[in-house]
Design a protein around this ligand. Structure first.
Ligand SMILES: [Zn+2]
Length: 136
């Protein structure tokens, strides 16, 4: 079985197929070498798998900030959870008058969840995984 070799365009050295740079002169040899990449990694950008989970958690459990933790936004998650718990306590203390306050973190979660789900995988990764946009 013959091993694939790539000929360096600079010094004509035969390099094994796994090298992208010439072993003799270090020149870049381009895409001649076969890359070991799984098809899954190529079709989906890294972090896109969090989109559905974060989106659904935002919509269903929005006020608890779970979707923030999924995205790695610890601070924002804690803020949302705190607002939710404080609203909950206020609602109890005020015998239910303060209940609408709980809607605030809940609505934030639903809106963010819907935004996540309506974005494409690429947009989602660009905005929230790479860009680390904290809110919305
Ligand atoms: Zn070379």
């Amino acid at each position: 079985m013959a091993t694939s070799y790539t000929t360096c365009p600079n010094c004509r050295t035969q390099n094994p197929g796994t090298f992208q740079n010439c072993t003799n002169c270090g020149a870049f040899m381009g895409v001649g070498a076969p890359m070991q990449q799984s098809p899954q990694m190529q079709s989906k950008p890294v972090g896109a798998d969090k989109k559905i989970a974060a989106g659904l958690c935002g919509i269903l459990l929005g006020g608890l900030g779970i979707h923030k933790f999924i995205l790695g936004y610890q601070q924002e998650g804690i803020i949302l959870l705190s607002v939710y718990l404080i609203s909950f306590i206020i609602a109890i203390v005020t015998c239910g008058i303060g209940t609408p306050l709980i809607l605030i973190p809940t609505v934030i979660g639903i809106v963010e969840g819907v935004i996540y789900l309506t974005k494409s995988d690429e947009e989602f990764v660009q905005t929230y995984v790479i860009g680390k946009k904290p809110w919305f």
